[in-house]
Ligand binder design. Structure first.
Ligand code: 6PG
Length: 241
């Protein structure tokens, strides 16, 4: 499988490269639709990009925050104040440092029970935001797990074969196990997709994905994300090998 790859020396330069390639997307989205929608990834890799976005004047002050709408590609079924929450990580690194209107921050609800209720509520939030338009994020950031998961789509998950729902509640072999995740239904219509992959521990899975012949049936969920515009893989040298 051929990947559109950008290899950067380290995580800081990877994060800067992602930001540099984000701004033309923001500009085009705001010019065409008056707003920019981004699905943030969780985990550790994107933390540096979020903090550079918030702390670097040229990025922070160049962003039309009143037109930016933040969503999440997945969330853990924990309190938004939990250290395990993807929202909490984004709040600490980005949201609490920039003048984004609170109504533009579209958290995944994680206080409803059971988790399926959260997935349904998030889907309603997406429907409200996208209205009659196709629910295509202007940019979706995704990470890669060592066994090929992305968002909270893990190998053999039934959510991989979802044909209708945009959001699913899943139980995953990771901590915490209960997750809310976007499904390939919505991820495969995103306008732009950036994978952020750093660290030597991702080298093996990247090689395995590249060795895949048929992406559609790949056992690796990340390999199954094929929106109209192919994803761009931002790798640091440690992950690229
Ligand atoms: C999550 C993420 C998940 C993450 C990968 C990579 O909720 O954990 O959405 O898909 O992107 O597990 O995580 P790292 O960036 O920490 O390696």
């Amino acid at each position: 499988m051929k990947l559109d790859v950008r290899v950067l020396p380290d995580l800081v330069s990877l994060s800067r490269a992602v930001l540099e390639e984000t701004f033309p997307i923001i500009k085009e989205a705001v010019a065409k639709r008056g707003k920019f929608s981004i699905a943030l990834s969780g985990g550790h890799t994107p933390e540096k990009m979020y903090s550079l976005w918030a702390q670097t004047e040229q990025y922070r002050d160049k962003t039309p925050w009143d037109r930016v709408h933040l969503f999440w590609s997945d969330e853990r079924y924990v309190s938004p104040h939990s250290r395990l929450s993807n929202y909490q990580m984004a709040s600490e690194t980005l949201i609490s440092h920039v003048p984004i209107p609170p109504e533009n921050v579209h958290l995944v609800p994680t206080t409803l029970s059971p988790p399926e209720e959260c997935a349904r509520a998030y889907e309603t939030e997406l429907l409200k935001f996208f209205g009659a338009e196709q629910p295509a994020f202007d940019l979706q950031l995704l990470g890669l797990g060592p066994e090929g998961h992305t968002a909270s789509l893990f190998p053999n998950s039934s959510a991989l074969d979802e044909k209708l729902r945009w959001v699913a509640a899943v139980r995953v072999p990771a901590d915490p196990p209960e997750r809310i995740t976007l499904t390939p239904v919505i991820l495969n219509i995103g306008r732009n997709t950036f994978f952020l992959v750093a660290g030597e521990n991702k080298r093996a899975i990247l090689s395995a994905i590249r060795a895949e012949s048929n992406a559609q049936t790949s056992r690796y969920p990340a390999a199954r994300i094929h929106p109209p515009r192919e994803p761009v893989w931002f790798l640091d040298q440690a992950a690229a090998g």
